[in-house]
Design a protein around this ligand. Structure first.
Ligand code: NAD
Ligand code: ZN
Ligand code: ZN
Length: 355
């Protein structure tokens, strides 16, 4: 079978022929029907040797939809033929967090990293940019019914991570909702994650949604996704966002970029007591100090991916039609071109590869 493999840090990834894996014991083999490309794939490919706790080579691709193609003798979960998405963060499956479905926060992660066990599909373990992917357990598969695979795949990270990040700001939005103009939230970065965050915010909150990006096309996409207002990053963007929120500042910022510049923009636009949620892996820094310039009462969170129950809810939103992924599709054989296109900023929504 074909697989897009990261053979050494810095890349480029290469399409190679590898043996189709055989499911043993609890493992399940999934025939891939679509796999999304994430901004994180660019960070993983570009990582310096030793920066991530993964061993090369491995197959990329952590947003996977397909059909169950076979199971080991002890496997549980969806039967052969069922259409599924792969829940991507693979934890120990047994600790306190994993047993509630929050494998993204597995208590044994440091121990798993110490033995280079990988964070999940396509992140140190063989992922879904391939004809087939081997999943360690049926507990990591969720049925998607008649959702198209190109819609289902991006839900498992772009949709799930956005949903989980929004779960973390619900309290801040609820507390503010009673105020004069209602609650407001700024979404910084309207790419794969951001365009779904805007739709999830519109579908599940009554907040005013403001979008910020550096590309005109992303602002147009934000508008299509239901943002109340969108703006390119300019020197006065924080003031513009404050004015839009009735001068006090926005109640929450979802930063899907994470550079020092976007973190500064986020805290400058925030209201006292507001919540800054950092999702983007841009490597930026923010100094926390008292006394200092951060808004009083600032709450901060660093969500990572999402839980299995969150993924069930995102799938339900997509099946109801409340969330629709904007996709740019490529055949798997053109994976290198798709990766270059994402890197150049020319993807509207999510790039999705089809084997
Ligand atoms: P993407 O490339 O699809 O989207 C990024 C968007 O940010 C683009 O629209 C781009 O134009 C915009 N942007 C870039 N620089 C900007 C700036 N200075 N100001 C405003 N907008 C800017 O990427 P994605 O797949 O949506 O991922 C976004 C980030 O989230 C990446 O850093 C990725 O690694 C990270 N991520 C984190 C998690 C997590 O669990 N925390 C999960 C998935 C992705
Ligand atoms: Zn990702
Ligand atoms: Zn665990």
């Amino acid at each position: 079978m074909r697989a897009v493999r990261l053979t050494h840090w810095g890349g480029p990834p290469v399409i190679t022929e590898v043996e189709r894996p055989e499911p043993r014991s609890e493992e399940v083999l999934v025939r891939v029907e679509a796999a999304g490309l994430c901004g994180s794939d660019l960070h993983v490919i570009a990582a310096a040797p030793g920066a991530l706790p993964y061993l090369t080579p491995f197959t990329l691709g952590h947003e996977i939809a397909g059909r169950v193609a076979g199971s080991g003798p002890d496997a549980t979960g969806p039967p052969t033929g069922e259409r599924v998405v792969v829940y991507g963060p693979w934890g120990c499956g047994r600790c306190g967090h994993c047993s509630t479905g929050a494998e993204n926060y597995c208590d044994r992660r440091p121990a798993l990293d110490a033995v280079r066990a990988g964070t999940g599909a396509g992140l140190g373990r063989d992922g879904g940019l391939a004809d087939f992917v081997l999943v360690p357990s049926g507990r990591l598969l969720l049925p998607v019914g008649d959702l198209a695979p190109t819609q289902a795949a991006p839900l498992s990270d772009a949709g799930l991570t956005a949903y989980h990040a929004i779960t973390g700001i619900r309290q801040a939005l609820d507390e503010a909702g009673g105020g004069a103009g209602g609650a407001s939230v700024a979404v910084i970065g309207v790419g794969g994650l951001g365009h779904l965050a805007i739709q999830i915010l519109r579908a599940t909150t009554s907040a005013q949604v403001f979008a910020v990006d550096i590309r005109d096309d992303a602002i147009a996409l934000a508008d299509d996704c239901g943002a109340h207002f969108g703006t390119l990053v300019r020197p006065d963007t924080a003031d513009v966002l404050r004015k839009r929120s009735g001068d006090a500042g926005v109640d929450a910022v979802l930063d899907f970029v994470g550079t020092s510049a976007t973190l500064r923009l986020g805290v400058s636009a925030l209201r006292a007591g507001g919540q800054l949620t950092l999702v983007g892996s841009g490597g930026g820094e923010l100094t926390v100090r008292k006394p200092g310039a951060l808004p009083p009462g600032l709450r901060m969170s660093l969500p990572f991916w999402g839980t299995r129950p969150d993924l069930e809810r995102v799938i339900a939103l997509a099946r109801s039609g409340a969330v629709r992924v904007e996709t740019k599709q490529f055949p798997l054989s053109r994976a290198p071109e798709a990766i270059d296109t994402l890197r150049s900023g020319a993807v509207r929504g999510r790039a999705v590869l089809i084997p």
